[in-house]
Design a binder for this molecule. Sequence first.
Ligand code: NDP
Length: 284
Amino acid sequence: MPAQLIDGKALSSQVEAALKTRVDRLRSEGHIPGLCVILVGDDPASHLYVGNKEKACERLGIYSRTVRLPADATQSMLEQAVHAANDDDRIHGVLVQLPLPKHLDGSRALSLILPQKDADGIHDVNAGKLMRGENGAVACTPKGAMYMLKSAGIALSGKNAVVVGRSNIVGKPMAMLLLQENATVTICHSRTHDLAAHTRNADILVAAIGQPRFITADMVKDGAVVVDVGMNRVDGKFCGDVDFDAVREKASFITPVPGGVGKMTIAMLMSNTVEAAEKAFVRQ
Ligand code: NDP
């Protein structure tokens, strides 16, 4: 029997509906949550993602501002944009759209965002809190993937979870979140020997690699839960890091691409922004 789909589109709509209620309440009290996105250069994929973030803000009633800097912007221009957003009381969430042009120091720019305005949940302070199991903003993509697993009722405690990919925005925080749920976690990467031996041992398999249809059916255990974070464009169409059609025949649950983790990433960005705004208004 083919795997059950974990539908990111439907789940993200549910998350947005709940967030809308919270935004409406804030607005009725005279408070408008605000998100500032800093976009450098002309990368078409980044423009598409930023457009989707702007639309989500509009749907929810969140004030949205996009600061567009040219591809040859200096480090100082980027940092000034971060400081301006930090200093602006109308803004509760700040994010720098990645990837940045190679001449810019992204880590430095991200570290300048105030941790309490870190909408992407990838600031050093928030990453450290996640590592220690303390409350803080959580990286949107893994947060969304975990939401999907929980919504599907998948038990994680004691399960073998394998995360392929060790980036700071997806792989590592995903592994930490799974660990917090008492899964036994293995992180694989490009230097892993015999990757398939690891992935075949996974009850929960998360692919965050950036290589189209890289995880094939022979790499997946019967009945595994497969979360496909990958977002690759092939012949003008999006596909994930998992060979969806073949893996679907083996897995018990699977997330589709598109309509999976990507939708949840935006919903979690909205969630982090609303949460940051609620905390800011309580502090006032
Ligand atoms: P990165 O390029 O930062 O990281 C990719 C990871 O995959 C690295 O850790 C790399 O290992 C590992 N990797 C690459 N090739 C192999 C291989 N052959 N075998 C094993 N591991 C390998 O990517 P991101 O984490 O930023 O993104 C991963 C994917 O998720 C991309 O497709 C991206 O587009 C997508 N994405 C989707 C989002 C969404 O909202 N759905 C949000 C963010 C990302 P090493 O460290 O050794 O180089």
